[in-house]
Write a protein that binds this ligand. Sequence first.
Ligand code: NAP
Ligand code: FE
Length: 357
Amino acid sequence: MKLYMPTIVYSESDCVRKHAQEIGKLGTKALIVTGRHSARKNGSLLDVQAALDEQGISYVIYDKIEENPSVETVMEARDFGLAHAADFVIGIGGGSPLDAAKAIALMMKHPDLDERVLYQPIPLQYLPLVCVPTTCGTGSETTPYAILTLHSQRTKQSIRHRIFPQLALLDAKYLRSLSRQGLVHTCVDALAHLVESYLNTNSNELNRIYSTQGLRMWAQFKEHLKEDALTQEDYWQMLHTSMIAGMAIAQTGTSLPHGMSYPLTYEMGVPHGKAVGVFLGGYVSLYRDREAAADVLQLLGFTDCEELCRYLKELLGELSVSEELLQQDAQRILQNPEKLKNYPFAVTLEELKDLFF
Ligand code: NAP
Ligand code: FE
């Protein structure tokens, strides 16, 4: 058994401002990587700018990261960062800017290499990286993964490099500007990370400390989330659950629901959390180690799989996916050993299609 979790995490009110000194130790000029709008609205960008100003560190801002960021965007941001001689990276936002920031930190360290190395298994260094999450789903601040859109292959794929941020700074105030849908989708993504980590080939007694605790925490806000009656405490709990779920998949990886989700996002534009969530109840139903599946349900406070499925359907709403897309999706998974290796049992095409809602 092995555990590896090198990211230093701080979580408190005004976290970014309070840890300005630690940010300041990471370099002399920062490249801030974020999306187009949200970091300005929720105050996270202003906090990072104030922290850097306080430390006398200059910075440039690349604020064009799109949802499900592409390799092309990463390369454009890399060139921008290099042109301004930045020597460390600060990602602010949901999983999209955080994942992009990881890939940018890697590519900036190797100005002579092109984007092909993102998908080659060669060990490469990366620039120091700080992550400030503003959604409560991906846990990217504590995972080594970066998922990028590959337009050439009409899908999304995790890059081959494991990039843990040096520093993750958590503050639940940034979540307050998320829409109801944004909250729901990202909370369901965190739930999927916990379930897929617990029910996984790589799951063991040691790394289940993360998934077990995370599932218990998710249970505590699940009714408030459904009823749209979240409290101040719930926001902190959702942020911490997402971070712990990141630690869980950092050890085990995800499994079939994440694998099945990518074509729904690429072909239909379904947000990541919803695209994963529609396969989640089916995954717990399918999982052949029934004792482990029962543990998950019990930790979440559901009496059976049907109750979990009903809950998810009510939370996420309907989604119609064509038989043809599901068929192609399942076939693609079956042909890819990488996608199957985290599911410890044999699986058929019909079973994969049946994971859907
Ligand atoms: P996201 O794609 O980063 O952001 C979705 C939308 O939410 C954007 O429009 C963004 O606006 C907005 N937004 C972000 N924070 C906000 C806030 N506090 N208030 C209001 N709006 C806000 O969403 P995400 O679900 O967090 O990330 C999904 C990505 O992460 C996918 O690419 C997925 O594959 C990846 N992922 C990564 C991991 C991992 O381990 N690294 C795990 C799971 C998923 P702006 O564009 O204006 O910022
Ligand atoms: Fe995810």
